[in-house]
Design a protein around this ligand. Structure first.
Ligand SMILES: Cc1cc2nc3c(=O)[nH]c(=O)nc-3n(C[C@H](O)[C@H](O)[C@H](O)COP(=O)(O)OP(=O)(O)OC[C@H]3O[C@@H](n4cnc5c(N)ncnc54)[C@H](O)[C@@H]3O)c2cc1C
Length: 416
């Protein structure tokens, strides 16, 4: 029983972000609890049975469950407490370094006290209504992640003739998965001019299986009575309206929606934290700490990540710094807001601290750019320059900046 105990750090969510955060907080001397609503740790990795996890962090490509297991084993070597089948339903701040977490499970609702909270609740998929998908609502329309769980975890097929809307990585991976399970994937339709997923997934999941990708094309409406019988597709114009003169019916029994992910951060709605519009989540400093100092955030609840490796690095940071915060060892003097020009969509972090350390800045660009030069300005002078052969809007990029030359500001500008 861990209910009513007090911890230095409580980690909410036991996916790769939460597991690495808990491990790192423990390594930095904190007493730690993970609260996970599922019956096992691993998060979304448990349903990702393809390989491609851990290439950067571990130097090898594992399947999702294998990658999760690496962290489950690491946690076994610690005294991190783990509360499974338990959902955090509320977080309250009682005072400085005094947080109260409300947990609901089979035993009812209990309260846990802690000095710092790490949020690692991941994200959820955007449903059809969120993209104004018109037409009938028969059986056969699934979100791609939902279909992935049904096929990979429950061992049931969702359909035979499949159309996929959205070319993010989940859509591409499901195109291959459905093909391998014997379905015919008629095409992946993408409203944007460029593919949303990683280049390696286009090659390995579509090209290798002759699955067509239709860019600047989307679904006008779904058709079917009890079961889906087709989707009407049409090209989209520059203003994203449909060119209905070229619409056509694609006969299919299944539609998988892979149309974006939303950080699952409703738990902190009451805190009025500084928001980051571009991510749909909150702004953090380089310690992954929010504008309420007791709350740290990492992984997909902070921003949607392409690679589990980045999620892991964020978790390691959030764990380390939440532990230091709980022991009053975090240097938070001389905060600088990181600004950027119109080529950037967002950066993580939003704030850095003036000292001699390195800081890793993750960012997404507004468009695809080639031969990019990024200058970091401070006090009106260039303090660092970075070169990138290609920067793609769909891919999270990183630069590592040494802060020793920083004055009182930091502006990133991209020459393209
Ligand atoms: C289909 C798919 C394919 C992918 N393929 C790859 C790939 O090939 N290579 C790669 O590197 N990356 C891949 N990724 C990306 C990577 O797996 C994810 O970015 C990463 O797993 C996200 O980790 P997370 O810990 O932030 O979130 P999650 O894994 O979603 O974990 C969040 C956890 O929080 C729990 N939770 C949420 N709310 C609460 C609450 N209130 N109380 C308690 N627990 C809660 C959830 O149950 C869940 O276990 C893929 C992702 C998907 C979805």
């Amino acid at each position: 029983m861990v209910e009513n105990k007090a911890y230095d750090v409580v980690v909410i969510g036991g996916g790769p972000a939460g597991m690495s955060a808990a491990f790192s907080a423990h390594q930095n001397g904190a007493s730690v609890l993970i609260v996970e609503r599922e019956y096992r740790l691993g998060g979304i990795l448990n349903q990702c049975i393809h390989n491609g996890f851990g290439l950067h962090y571990l130097g090898e490509e594992l399947t999702g469950p294998e990658y999760a297991n690496v962290w489950v084993e690491k946690l076994k070597e610690t005294n991190v407490d783990i509360l499974l089948k338990s959902a955090v339903i509320k977080i309250e701040k009682l005072g400085t370094k005094k947080m109260q977490i409300f947990v609901e499970n089979e035993s009812g609702i209990s309260k846990i006290l802690c000095k710092a909270v790490v949020l690692s609740m991941g994200c959820r998929e955007r449903p059809g209504p969120a993209i104004n998908l018109c037409g009938d609502r028969p059986a056969g329309i699934f979100s791609a992640g939902e279909a992935q769980k049904i096929v990979n975890v429950h061992g049931k097929m969702v359909g035979k003739k499949v159309v996929i809307l959205g070319s993010g990585d989940i859509g591409l991976i499901m195109a291959r998965r459905m093909t391998l399970e014997g379905a015919k994937v008629l095409g992946v339709y993408e409203i944007q001019k460029t593919c949303g997923g990683l280049a390696r997934n286009v090659s390995q999941c579509l090209n290798d299986f002759n699955i067509p990708l239709y860019l600047s094309t989307s679904i006008v409406k779904t058709v079917g009575n009890k079961r889906l019988t087709g989707v009407v597709v049409a090209p989209v114009k520059e203003d994203f309206s449909f060119d209905l003169t070229k619409q056509k019916l694609i006969k299919c029994d299944t539609l998988l929606l892979s149309v974006g992910l939303i950080p699952e951060c409703e738990l902190i709605d009451d805190f009025n934290l500084e928001q980051l519009r571009a991510t749909g989540s909150v702004a953090v400093n380089e310690y992954k700490q929010t504008s309420v100092p007791e709350i740290f955030v990492c992984g997909n609840v902070l921003h949607v990540n392409d690679l589990v490796d980045n999620v892991t690095y964020e978790g390691l940071d959030a764990g380390k710094f939440s532990a230091k915060f709980s022991k009053s060892k975090l240097d938070t003097k001389q905060k600088i807001k990181l600004q950027f020009d119109e080529h950037f969509r967002y950066t993580i972090p939003t704030y850095v601290y003036k000292n001699n350390d390195d800081v890793t800045i993750s960012f997404r660009s507004t468009k695809d750019f080639r031969k990019v030069k990024i200058n970091a300005y401070s006090g009106g002078e260039v303090v660092a320059t970075f070169f990138k052969p290609v920067v793609r809007a769909g891919i999270l990029e990183k630069i590592v900046l040494n802060k020793s030359k920083l004055k009182d500001d930091l502006i990133l500008k991209m020459e393209v």
